[in-house]
Design a binder for this molecule. Structure first.
Ligand SMILES: [Zn+2]
Length: 275
């Protein structure tokens, strides 16, 4: 559950699964700060509601912060459906199966952890997480559907337009104009079920958890970044002589350039309150 308070603000967060250090410089991301325009007047109280959608306990709808008592002209934005990336786990169960949390690297590095890993043994009727369905957290469009690359393995990236994101998330992270949210799903068991350009619905199946690429055990590695709209990655690979120059360039663009700015996926997935 989330806690909301008047005039909330937020944190911001920056930024990856392990890889060797790189000498490239990553521009700092400035934390979001509260501004006068985000502070509610004493006559308004910010509230928000989290509701279940379609009887599916694995997804929620995040509603916009709604002033109350309301000026009659103000209305809430449409709800945005947020889905667990794992078909057999609810959003509020993800923290308990986090095997490696977000642990962003120092500036200019590609080591440490720019995303979050989910893994477990003997849960949900499974011996391990291997084979559990992976589904899209948000509606959007497929920006990458890549087969057997390194280090990400079988990989899907889904882009969601800023206009289709929850207001509280936008207020917390304050993406720049011209940016979209990109969610990366790595180490899938088999080649992706989707193709670049495909429209995606929240909770739509993308594949299953596996250990393709640089993964010793089966887990889902998930990254969240804001970056330029309408990007498509035809390939993405690094740290292997098999990687082509375009694949390397895409990896550097995604991971090290600072153009795609990472933040803690648990902020999107509800692991932390947006206060
Ligand atoms: Zn990872």
């Amino acid at each position: 559950m989330y806690s909301f308070f008047p005039g909330v603000i937020l944190v911001l967060v920056l930024a990856a699964c392990a890889s060797p250090a790189q000498p490239l410089a990553i521009p700092p991301v400035t934390p979001a700060l509260p501004t006068a325009t985000t502070m509610p007047s004493p006559t308004t109280v910010a509230i928000a509601t989290v509701v279940m959608i379609h009887d599916d306990p694995r997804s929620i709808a995040r509603l916009a912060i709604t002033p109350s008592p309301e000026p009659p002209t103000q209305t809430a934005s449409p709800a945005v459906q947020i889905c667990s990336p794992l078909a057999e786990h609810r959003l509020n169960e993800l923290a308990a199966i986090t095997s490696d949390p977000y642990h962003p690297p120092p500036m200019g590095k590609d080591d440490r952890h720019q995303g979050v890993d989910f893994s477990y043994y003997r849960q949900a009727g499974r011996a391990t997480i291997e084979g559990e369905g992976v589904q899209s957290v948000l509606a959007g469009r497929v920006a990458a559907a890549i087969q057997d690359s390194f280090p990400f393995g079988n990989l899907v990236i889904v882009e969601t337009a800023k206009d289709d994101l929850p207001d509280d998330l936008l207020q917390a992270l304050k993406p720049a104009q011209g940016q979209s949210l990109y969610v990366l799903y790595a180490h899938l068991e088999a080649p992706p079920l989707v193709q670049p350009g495909d429209p995606i619905q929240a909770c739509q199946a993308l594949g299953a958890v596996g250990k393709s690429g640089n993964a010793g055990v089966a887990h889902l590695h998930l990254e969240t970044r804001f970056g330029p709209v309408d990007r498509v990655f035809s390939g993405m690979a690094y740290y292997t002589p098999r990687a082509s120059q375009p694949e390397r360039d895409n990896y550097v663009l995604w991971r090290m350039s600072g153009v795609f700015q990472h933040f803690d996926p648990m902020v999107l997935l509800g692991g932390y309150p947006l206060k």
